[in-house]
Design a protein around this ligand. Structure first.
Ligand SMILES: *Cc1c(COP(=O)(O)O)cnc(C)c1O
Length: 369
């Protein structure tokens, strides 16, 4: 049996008729950038996140970067300010910080959740710290109540990286609804995936919303009047129309992910394998199901021999990548050894129970002879 890590064709096939209809609607409208599909999607997505505003942008990196750029415009951040961020995130989180001449301060994570470790965050605070950038990694919210309390105490901004956490919540409060602003990605493989690149910013701050929109549209709110030095980062009509279709199915898709995750949690039983943990009152959306094993490479090879494709998110902590080596913290922490042990298993809404049972069986049979 062959079990792919992700079957995007299968995932989108379920929506094919609606996607084709939406695509035709856009073609026939004659309007392809910044039109009604975008307006509708933004309002639907804002409602979904319980946020006042959602602004569609070109991708997840731009969503992060445009918020930082807007805060610089507003004088709330300046070049050289420090941003606390975790070592085990996807590179884009750090690219957005560096792109804005801010300084990432890489900290360790909690080995049970892979999210920010509060003791590490507190240890990293200094008088140049201006922002905390938690990533709701793998689909579970970071410890937001503690992060917001600390931010309040030290007068810091909070930007959530929600690229992996569409619809996740903690204590009933959704991802994208905790910080001063949040960034989402609609890259095809994300839980809410477009059929190309896409992203969004959510916030309750009307001034920030307006600024992000203008900065992503060449610094313009009025056609051919450019009050700011902006960039081109917009969510086009076709992608907005695709996302409107996919958003309608997101809750059902998330429930399917959750059911599969619960099956993995109940049925994988192996003394050498550690399963992911769900925090109390947390609704995990399982963008990724990440296990850890000291013999990770042997386990990955064993699964591959049995037709099972796995991935590693991520094989290297940020400061092990060439452009970011100078960000290496003084001492080695947990994230370095975690990156050698983690393994992401196949998990997506259309994964069948038979396929999953094959994965579970092969994992439980793994031995390090
Ligand atoms: C995917 C991702 C991004 C970037 O999104 P793009 O749309 O690919 O630019 C940022 N942060 C995290 C944590 C991600 O997983």
């Amino acid at each position: 049996m062959h079990v792919p890590f992700l079957d995007l064709k299968g995932v989108n096939h379920e929506y094919a008729d609606q996607l084709k209809a939406a695509c035709s609607r856009v073609i026939d409208s004659g309007w392809y950038i910044s039109g009604d599909e975008l307006v509708q999607f933004e309002s639907e997505f804002a409602r979904y996140c319980n946020s006042q505003f959602a602004i569609g942008v070109g991708n997840g990196l731009d969503a992060l970067s445009l918020v930082l750029r807007a805060w610089k415009e507003q004088g709330m951040l300046s070049a050289g300010d420090e941003v606390i961020v975790q070592k085990n995130t996807f590179i884009a989180t750090v690219s957005a910080i560096v792109e804005n001449d801010l300084v990432p301060v890489l900290v360790d994570v909690d080995p049970a959740t892979y999210n920010l470790d509060m003791a590490a965050v507190e240890a990293a605070l200094c008088d140049r710290t201006r922002l905390i950038l938690p990533v709701h990694l793998y689909g579970q919210l970071a410890p937001m109540p503690q992060i917001l309390a600390l931010a309040k105490q030290h007068d810091l901004l909070v930007l959530e990286d929600c690229a992996q956490a569409h619809g996740a919540h903690l204590q009933g409060r959704k991802a994208g609804n905790w910080g001063d602003a949040a960034a989402f990605s609609f890259y095809p493989g994300k839980n809410l995936g477009a059929l190309g690149d896409g992203g969004a910013v959510t916030t309750d701050d009307p001034g920030l919303a307006k600024l992000v929109r203008a900065l992503g549209n060449y610094g313009s709110s009025i056609k051919y009047q450019h009050d700011l030095a902006g960039v081109n980062s917009r969510l086009d009509e076709i992608q907005a129309a695709m996302l409107r279709v996919k958003l309608k199915g997101l809750e059902a898709d998330t429930l399917r992910r959750r059911r599969l995750a619960e099956r993995y949690l109940a049925r994988i039983q192996h003394p050498l394998i550690r399963l992911p943990e769900v925090v109390e009152s947390s609704a995990h959306v399982w963008h990724l199901f990440v296990i850890s094993c000291p013999w990770r490479d042997a386990l990955k090879a064993h699964l591959a021999e049995n037709g099972i494709q796995t991935q590693i998110h991520y094989p290297l902590p940020i400061h092990h990548h060439k452009p970011y080596r100078h960000l290496a913290p003084a001492s080695k922490g947990l994230s370095e050894s975690l990156s050698e042990q983690i393994l992401s298993l196949p998990l997506y809404p259309t994964l069948s129970e038979a396929e999953q049972d094959h994965v579970i069986r092969c994992i439980n049979q793994f031995s390090i002879a």
